[in-house]
Design a protein around this ligand. Structure first.
Ligand code: ZN
Length: 232
């Protein structure tokens, strides 16, 4: 059973002697006690380390059936990740996470609505996750407004991010740099919606129980870059 101490030891080895030492390690909490000892910063560092392993082709050699059996009786996820449905940005894979490690909310354009806020509140307040991460990505097609069935309303939630993005160059979806900037603004806006509309999450963050964080995944570089932490 991986403890926080084992994780921290592995993390120290990672820095001192190279990331390959983690290739057969298990890194996340396997019990409520393990999870509850972690701080939000510990969890963010775990996700950063996991992305570094993924990016370098050094993912942990997981026994998914063993994880499935061990987690079947209960779950102690360290985080909840709100990410886009894009098939190229699966949160668990790009941050080298296993079964039971994180809750995963996916919706086109990683926007928040009451149902999604309820999912985040369940993950953090009821189930004890330490981080609510909004994860956007480069080349996100959701920033193109489309008039089609239920898509119209969903993508309408993203449109304000275009207006909020200051950008000097060509403001078109064919410009990858502009799309990346809008997707980043959209992450910041979604975090703002979470803080504004969820008194439960806002209070958990104020007490330091959880962190509400944002990050951008670069599809080409395979890097997850965390946005600067929130300052009161
Ligand atoms: Zn997307």
């Amino acid at each position: 059973m991986a403890s926080r101490r084992q994780f921290l030891t592995a993390s120290a080895l990672l820095g001192a002697a190279g990331i390959g030492l983690l290739s057969t390690a298990r890194v996340l909490a396997s019990s409520k006690e393990d999870r509850d000892r972690l701080s939000p910063v510990d969890v963010i560092n775990m996700m950063k380390d996991g992305n570094e392993r993924f990016r370098r082709g050094l993912r942990v050699n997981r026994d998914f059936l063993r994880e499935q059996r061990e987690r079947a009786a209960g779950q102690f996820p360290v985080a909840v990740i709100l990410s886009c449905i894009d098939s190229r940005a699966p949160a668990e894979l790009i941050m080298d996470l296993g079964i039971g490690d994180v809750f995963n909310v996916r919706v086109a354009g990683n926007v928040a609505n009451p149902d999604i806020l309820g999912s985040l509140e369940f993950a953090c307040h009821v189930a004890g996750a330490k981080v609510a991460l909004v994860l956007g990505h480069s080349s996100c097609g959701a920033i193109d407004g489309v008039e089609l069935g239920h898509l119209t309303g969903l993508l309408g939630r993203i449109q304000p991010a275009l207006a909020d993005t200051s950008y000097e160059g060509v403001r078109r979806s064919s410009n990858a740099a502009f799309v990346e900037r809008v997707a980043r603004t959209n992450v910041e806006r979604t975090i703002g919606v979470i803080r504004k509309e969820s008194a439960i999450l806002r209070e958990l963050e104020r007490k330091g129980t959880i962190a509400i964080a944002g990050a951008m995944y670069d599809l080409k570089a395979a890097t997850v870059s965390f946005l600067p932490p929130h300052e009161e």
